[in-house]
Structures are given as structure tokens and as C-alpha cells.
Design a protein around this ligand. Structure first.
Ligand code: HEM
Length: 400
């Protein structure tokens, strides 16, 4: 994007469109160019918005929730009928009330206790794949594991409901655009019913009880709907994001045998590999905020009501935060990135996501140390405010 010959048809500086389909194939190029040349990009789509691209600006905006509010929602141009998710679409103090309820099962020590279970489930999926010599990794593994862990260990739903729930979550995450709204509505209706059913049962001491108990909103109990929106945020926040990150990890190791062999010889670098996956493959690209008062960002004036997006994906590739940011380097001494966000909305599930990505790398390499992309294939992506790998075809020699 930096030379005239490679310049995109669309002017991504003052006619940016985060939903532009070409972004999925030129993602890195566009992100790097925005960091280098365009600290604030402007879009005319919908009501118009600006995108903040450099690390320090993104970090400061994400910390300053008073000036950059989340209350109008994370989507830049939400489709008709979009409903709120909580705590994402809220500000402190209400936001903090929900985080206090949600944080404990996602804390580092709580997540560490899930290691054995997650490894067992990952192993079962991979044991079924290994003798086949090929797979479509997204559908055969990455779309399955995060739900198995979330719904069996943290937000337990009846096992019989899982196939339908998985199907709707899959349609919402990867289906045709027109099918996504109805799939979201079905998961919303399911969670509403599920929470109501559980309300009539004796408490089990899990996160579901805590969500049902709710929190205070301006001194009163919060409305019932907010409890459903909170369950929705946990479900949608945690599945497609981690599916993408796990797929990206295995894609990177398939496409870069040097990194794969380095990791096989030096497994102690796996946690760095996890950070590099999150940093460079960025499942959450750019959530929105609303400006609440007159303010300048990178010298550009904003007024109350303006919509902006914090480009976590580009900020993680800013050379001011990370030396040689385009390189996937498992030997970095310090890995600074914004892949899990910054400030009060920092990802609830970051420790769980890290665990799942790490286990995926370790358990996959244990069973299938040598593998590659299926000849003639490349993964396809969807890029918008979230990024998702839709398919990843792999092959390996299963006869040895
Ligand atoms: C690699 C996987 C993941 C990535 C890259 C990721 C990234 C992020 C980012 C960047 C934010 C901040 C959004 C903002 O500032 O507006 C966020 C928030 C959130 N994430 Fe994650 N996430 C991942 C996995 C998970 C998991 C596993 C869960 C839970 C099961 C989860 C649940 C949430 C929730 C509930 C929020 C909203 C937090 C709040 O508003 O306080 N995420 N995530």
C-alpha cells in the first residue's frame, strides 16, 4: 500500500471502510500502512467514523473511558435490531459491577485449573484427526474446542442443547451475512430461556448463578435483559475470537516450517508464540467508542458524538511499541501488544484464550509434528471489526 503500484483502489486514509472485502486479503499491508502514514483514518460509511491507528493513541483512548465511551456499542454501524452486549457496551461504574461478577472464573489461577480438562478435550479432537492425514482445521477442531471448554466448565448448559447452540454460534460467526442476525437472535432467546430455567432451580455456585443474581444499576437491581446481554457477551466474546487465534497459530506453523521446527526444538518459547499469534493475527480488530467532549487525537479535532474505532490490530504492529513488528519472533524479550485491549474493557477471557492457544500448539505438535497447507489452498479470512479464518486445509503423513 505504500507505493503507487500497490495502492488500493479505495483510499483507506479518508474513505476507510472496515467492512471492505478486500481488507481480508490485504490486511497486514493496510494495517502497516495506516500506522506508518495515517494516525487517524476517516470513513464516510453510515454516519461516518474515524479509526485511531497508532499504539500510543489507541492506548490512551482505551484507558480514558470518560472521554471515549463504550455505552453506544462496539459496532461502528450496527445493523437494525442489534442488541447490547454487557459489559462491552457500558461504562464504569455499571461496567465495573459486571466485571467484578465475571472476573473470578476467568482469573489466571482459575484458568490454570482448567488446563487438564482443556488438554483432554483438545487431545480427543486431535486423536480423531491424526490418523486421517488431512483436515479442515477450523471446522474439525478450532470451532469446537472453545465452546466445549466454556459450556462444560464455566457457563454450563445442558449437553443436549450444545449441538443446536454450536450450530447457531457457528452461523453467527461464519455464516452468510443475512443469516447472522437470526442466529444471534436464536442464541439470545436460548440464553434468556436457559437463565430463566436456572433461576427456578437450586443454585449451583457457578457463574450462571452470579449472572442471574445480577448487579446494581444506579442503586437498583439491573433489569433482567441485562443479565441475558451479559451471558451473550461471554458467549460471543469467547468463541469466534479464540477459534480464529487457534487456527492462526496452526496456520503460521504450517506456512513457516522454520518456526515450527524451532518450537519443536525449543518448546519453552510456546508462550511467546501465543503472544505473537494474538499480536499479528488480531481476532479483535477495532471496537468502537463515542467521543463525549471536544478533544484532539494525534492533532485531529473531535467533538462530542463523533464515533471512533480503536485499531488494536494496527497498534500491535506499531514500530514504536515493537521492534520489527511484522516479524513473528518467538524470541522477543518483551512482547507489547493491544490484541486483548487496554483499560477497563481489557479482555475478560485473555488467560483462557492464551491457555487454549498454547494447548492447541502443544497438543497438535505432539501428535503431528510435520504438516503443511494442503497444496493449492490458502486459508480464507473475513475481516471487519473482528477477523476470522474461515477455513484451513492441512495435510500430513499419517503412515509414520
Ligand atoms: C484470542 C482470543 C481473544 C481475543 C484476541 C480477545 C480480544 C478482546 C479485546 C480486544 C477486548 C476489548 C474490547 C474493547 O476494548 O472494546 C475484549 C473484550 C472482551 N472479551 Fe475477549 N478476546 C479473546 C477471547 C475471549 C474469551 C475466551 C472470552 C470469554 C470466554 C472473552 C470475553 C470478552 C468479554 C466479555 C469482553 C468485554 C470486556 C469488557 O467490556 O469489560 N474474550 N476481548
Amino acid at each position: 500500500m505504500s507505493t503507487s503500484s500497490s495502492k488500493p483502489e479505495r483510499n483507506m486514509y479518508d474513505d476507510f471502510d472496515i467492512e471492505d472485502p478486500s481488507l481480508s486479503t490485504r490486511f497486514e499491508e493496510v494495517m502497516d500502512d495506516l500506522v506508518a502514514r495515517c494516525p487517524v483514518a476517516h470513513s464516510r460509511i453510515g454516519a461516518g467514523y474515524s479509526v485511531i491507528n497508532r499504539y500510543e493513541d489507541v492506548r490512551q483512548c482505551a484507558m480514558d473511558w470518560q472521554t471515549f465511551s463504550s455505552a453506544d456499542g462496539w459496532q461502528l454501524n450496527p445493523p437494525e435490531g442489534t442488541i447490547q452486549i454487557l459489559p462491552e457496551d457500558s461504562d464504569p461504574p455499571y461496567h465495573n459491577n459486571w466485571r467484578r461478577v465475571l472476573n473470578p472464573p476467568f482469573s489466571r489461577p482459575a484458568v490454570r485449573k482448567l488446563d487438564a480438562f482443556a488438554r483432554k478435550r483438545a487431545g480427543e479432537l486431535l486423536d480423531a484427526l491424526a490418523p486421517r492425514g488431512e483436515c479442515e482445521f477450523v471446522a474439525d477442531y478450532a470451532a469446537l474446542l472453545p465452546g466445549q471448554i466454556l459450556f462444560e466448565q464455566i457457563l454450563p448448559v445442558p449437553v443436549d442443547d450444545l449441538p443446536t447452540l454450536f450450530e447457531d454460534i457457528d452461523i453467527f460467526s461464519f455464516g452468510a451475512l443475512e443469516d447472522r442476525g437470526p442466529a444471534f437472535a436464536r442464541v439470545h432467546a436460548y440464553l434468556d430461556r436457559f437463565l430463566k430455567d436456572r433461576q427456578g432451580q437450586p443454585p449451583k455456585g457457578d457463574l450462571v448463578d452470579k449472572i442471574i443474581a445480577g448487579v446494581e444499576l444506579n442503586g437498583d437491581p439491573c433489569p433482567w435483559e441485562d443479565r441475558v446481554y451479559t451471558a451473550l457477551d461471554v458467549v460471543f466474546g469467547g468463541l469466534a475470537t479464540t477459534t480464529h487465534a487457534m487456527s492462526a497459530a496452526i496456520y503460521h506453523l504450517a506456512a513457516h516450517p522454520d518456526v515450527r521446527r524451532d518450537l519443536l526444538a525449543n518448546p519453552e518459547y510456546v508462550t511467546n508464540a501465543v503472544e505473537e499469534v494474538a499480536r499479528l493475527y488480531a481476532p479483535v480488530v477495532a471496537p468502537a467508542r463515542t467521543v463525549t467532549t471536544e478533544v484532539e487525537i494525534a492533532g485531529v479535532p473531535f467533538k462530542a458524538g463523533d464515533r471512533i474505532a480503536l485499531n488494536f490490530a494496527s497498534a500491535s504492529r506499531d514500530p514504536d511499541a515493537c521492534t520489527n513488528p511484522e516479524i513473528f519472533d518467538i524470541r522477543r524479550s518483551e512482547i507489547i501488544h493491544t490484541a486483548f485491549g487496554v483499560g477497563p474493557h481489557r479482555c475478560l477471557g485473555e488467560h483462557l484464550a492464551r491457555l487454549e492457544i498454547q494447548i492447541t500448539i502443544e497438543e497438535f505438535l505432539k501428535r503431528i509434528p510435520e504438516f503443511s497447507l494442503k497444496p493449492g489452498t490458502q486459508p480464507s479470512y473475513e475481516s471487519g471489526q473482528l477477523r476470522a479464518m474461515r477455513d484451513l486445509h492441512l495435510v500430513w503423513d499419517s503412515s509414520t
